[in-house]
Design a protein around this ligand. Sequence first.
Ligand code: ADP
Length: 311
Amino acid sequence: MRATVTTEAIHPDLRRFSKKFSGKWVRRLPMPACSGKYLHPVAHGSRDGEGRWEHIGGARDLTPRRVSEEAPRKARSELAHEARITSLGVLTASIAHEVNQPLAAIICNGETSLRCLARPDLDVEQVRELTKRVVADARRACEIINRIRAMATRRARQPTPQSLADIVEESMLFLRHEFQSKDISISLDLAPGLPRVVGDRTRLQQVIVNLAINAVQAMARSGGRKILVRAILSDLETVCFMIEDSGTGIDPTHLPRLFDGFFTTKETGMGIGLAISRSIIESHDGHIRADNNSSLGGARFSFDLPANGAG
Ligand code: ADP
């Protein structure tokens, strides 16, 4: 296509770019039925003998090339979305469990708070502390719901620098009632000043909560009642999380299949916690593993994440 037009008739975009065309600009023209044409216009502007602008322009149709370039990218994005929706379906039970925990904690702390308020020797500090816990648990429930919404939509994740120690502490707070009700003593050993890791806070928390719940369940079948949680710098570029328990340990013949989807030795288990944990850690460029080298006599699960930025 070749045309000579005056400044008045030329498309405003073409007029804007005509003086300094680099040849790299591609414009998408909307067409009926959501389709579009990708045109690569080239134009040159000069003044005629009387000083008026005159433009000579042409456009190459790049639509077939663009469509073939975009097809694999679109297919990948469709698949990723499909996988997220599928895992949301598979996750329904654990999502319900996760949302239920902060809600149960809110009810429990709210009731304790009401009992405190009814006492003649009202302890304002205690009520303040309980109310803070209610707010923190309500926030946690909101975050989980927001995360589910984010998973169901096509919005891209926005990984941000995170303090692994903060994520661990928050997860432990979340599980506080679980530990207390099962009489489990929990020790935290979080190295000070750990570098941050880049990632998704709620998903990393999900991994830690999965591993901790498994540790609690493993101890239900044994006499031990201790969990040790550590976060250390294993080398200058790697932050390592470890959870050790005093439970039954892992049957060595199960080790190769432990992280496979739907592998479970529990009567009511779903066998998805470790598979999802692995996929989350690997999507953060990390590595997760399991062994029986717990200093407490049971199982040890650990994951590494690349250290990124200042602590
Ligand atoms: P589920 O908890 O539903 O079984 P998981 O994927 O979380 O699914 O765990 C898979 C299996 O790994 C468990 O059934 C159990 O056999 C084993 N496992 C996980 N954590 C531990 C642990 N801390 N100690 C012993 N075995 C464990």
